[in-house]
Design a protein around this ligand. Structure first.
Ligand SMILES: [Zn+2]
Length: 171
């Protein structure tokens, strides 16, 4: 069994037939993405679904409104979150703070490669679209992005690229 806390996360491709909740909040990063269009198509006519477009997961006012909406929501409300990986985990961790549990949150990832990276050298969290290698914007270390993912941080662990090569040679 995979370690849920440190392995690469899995996402759903589409919400078709996945959830049967009494009420849905659908939180979209970009209403023009294919997945978002599909979700809107599926839920727009559903009186039990509320579609929320939240382009910036750090928008304090929008997040406050979201937290209020969840406070007023009845039990059995599910959240469907659609966006890039950075967005998904920022929002998921907010929703957990609002009292939802993981099973009530469905993450749908758009094709964008944007994600959050955690530099293990200086503990800096930053966004990147890099696949394997990038430089830490804070300590300037050349980093290798590992597949290990922290759900708590919503970030991939990145280690010194050279150290990783040495590790690979010796194991
Ligand atoms: Zn760093």
């Amino acid at each position: 069994m995979q370690d849920a806390m440190s392995s690469t996360p899995q996402y759903t491709e589409s919400s078709h037939g996945l959830l049967l909740a009494s009420r849905y909040f659908i939180i979209l990063q970009d209403e023009k993405s294919d997945s978002a269009l599909e979700l809107m198509d599926q839920y727009q006519a559903n009186n039990n679904a509320k579609i929320i477009i939240l382009a910036n997961p750090e928008d304090a006012l929008a997040l406050h409104q979201l937290s209020q909406a969840f406070k007023q929501a009845c039990i059995g409300t599910y959240a469907i979150v659609c966006g890039d990986e950075y967005f998904l985990w920022q929002i998921k961790n907010k929703l957990l703070d609002y009292g939802l549990v993981s099973a009530e949150i469905l993450l749908i990832k758009t094709p964008s490669p944007n994600k959050q990276i955690y530099c293990v050298h200086c503990f800096h969290l930053f966004q990147s679209s890099a696949d394997k290698f990038c430089d830490c914007p804070q300590c300037h270390t050349s980093l290798f992005i590992r597949s290990h993912f922290s759900e708590r941080l919503g970030a991939y662990m990145a280690v010194c690229a050279n150290a990783e090569q040495i590790e690979e040679q010796t194991t």
